[in-house]
Design a protein. Structure first.
Length: 240
């Protein structure tokens, strides 16, 4: 029977919010030989410098290790090992390298200290957001509301955020939404499209240049890092 009264026909859901699980990669260097065997050093996004200097991100207290021995740079879902001109060199599975991409299980040796590069995937429980939009992103599905929940968490922080997805999936909209919901929203959102910039000009695009620095540099130019001060830098097409 259909009532003519002005009654809402919306269906009320029973129970609390459904929780989903997301798989998050965790990368560590496990010391297998040296002053602290068994200790695991977590690797985050960005760059980690390893050496005996207390200023290093990962400090190895051993006299055969240089002050700044090597670094590990996160490039999307890959990790690049790079020697920093160390005295005793950096060995990867027994061979001296200047730089190389790491694979799980590889052994890194700095002086008399050996570390195993390991990865693991942790299942993280995510309570879906009650929102059906976040900035310019719209969606009612469980998966979209899980994404909104993650974006709500990272937007207020100072963390670097890596957005992965196929072309056209909304990474630019997600970056805009993070910026608009961050404490830097009053500042500019500067976009650097790596796919549209020649490899030889990436450094100039990010850091700027002075007149005459190279052919075609007819004037001083500020880089994106300076322009976005107080705001957000979105580096698009990073893997191009």
């Amino acid at each position: 029977m259909v009532s003519s009264d002005n009654v809402s026909m919306a269906t009320r859901a029973l129970g609390g919010p459904v929780q989903g699980n997301l798989s998050m990669q965790r990368c560590v260097l496990v010391q297998v030989q040296g002053p602290d065997p068994g200790h695991a050093h977590a690797l985050g996004s960005g760059r980690a410098v390893v050496g005996k200097s207390p200023d290093c991100d990962i400090c190895l207290a051993d006299v055969t290790v240089s002050r700044r021995h090597f670094e590990i740079v996160s490039e999307g879902d890959r990790f690049l090992l790079r020697d920093l001109g160390s005295t005793n060199g950096t060995l990867l599975d027994g061979a001296e390298v200047k730089e190389a991409f790491l694979r799980p299980g590889m052994l890194i040796q700095a002086g008399e200290v050996a570390l195993r590069f390991q990865t693991a995937f942790d299942s993280v429980q995510v309570t879906p957001s009650t929102r059906e939009s976040f900035g310019g992103l719209l969606g009612r599905s469980l998966r979209m509301r899980e994404i909104f929940s993650l974006l709500e968490r990272v937007a207020p922080t100072d963390n670097t955020v890596l957005l992965q997805g196929q072309t056209g999936t909304g990474k630019g909209e997600a970056a805009r939404a993070i910026h608009d919901n961050s404490k830097y929203s009053r500042g500019p959102l500067v976009v650097v499209d790596c796919g549209a910039v020649a490899r030889t000009l990436i450094e100039s695009e990010l850091f700027g240049h002075v007149r005459g620095a190279f052919t075609g540099a007819n004037a001083n130019r500020k880089g994106a890092l300076e322009i976005c001060r107080g705001g957000t830098l979105f580096i698009d097409e990073l893997d191009d």
